[in-house]
Design a protein. Sequence first.
Length: 350
Amino acid sequence: MFDRLFTTAPPALAFAAFGAAPALLLIAGALWGGWALWAGLLWMALAAPAADVALSRSFPDADPQARFRATEAALVILIGLHFALLAAALAGFAGDRLGGAERVALFLGAGMYFGQVTNATAHELIHRAGRWPFRLGAAAYVSLLFGHHTSAHRLVHHRHVATAADPNSAPAGMGFWRFFPRAWIGSFRAGLAAERDLSARKPGRLNPYAIWVGGGLGLAAAVGLMLGPRALADYLALCLYAQMQLMLSDYVQHYGLRRQMTAGGKTEPVGPRHSWDSPHALSSLTLVNAPRHSDHHTHPNRAYPALQLERTGQPRPLLPYPLAVMAGLALIPPLWRRVMDRRAARMMGG
């Protein structure tokens, strides 16, 4: 089975299977406690990253012109599991079935899942052309009190990535703990400005920030009224932790990379050199190919099973370890800079 994984491009349902497994364990653990909860946490925090480090291999590129079956169905399955896990986690926090250690395990495991798998899945959906896939992705972000990312990612990040105008592209030397509040506030403001500009050009258009902010406030109020203040506090903390995981992805995947100015005074087009890729199979399967990030920025509408990792042409920045491991390193800025600053300088020709 594993030999085949490294010799053929996986189908869409393989991404759904690998993304669903930790969610099912965490849902069972949230409802009943016990080994499933710890297994889900270990899967997200240790087992999958360790397996990727040990194997250090990727599956081959799919034909980018091929038609892929069940791509959106796989995403819908994963988003459904996101909402199921969120409901189960809130029920677990509100009840008395889980002990103190189990509550911590649920918080960490669910937060990692939301910030990594949910983020990757919702990200794919907000790039789809259909109305309902987009709304599902946006709803997932709203449920994490991060609805503005739906606007900021598409209207700001993709347009200005690897420039100073993008709050989510960290310059070389900026540590994550300085980046996090800067990116959160900056992307909220930049996304709001972009949506206001669209609304000014389309009279009568509803600014979606009314939904992003109003929906989040409504969900928080509903949790507090239905499940009580303890569950509300846990919900707010869980959303913040998931948002931190999401911002870690942006930080890691764009750190230190900058687009150059052309002779005409314009910013060069986005290319493979402006995002860090992670060539690790299990991470790619669990995160619907999000680690193949440079190809996504170059071809944002390309179906996720077809994202390319081919490196015979223009060189692409490659992370030395899987995305989850690099996110852990980013939490320790001196260690992160020791690993990444020279790599970023080489990619920028310094």
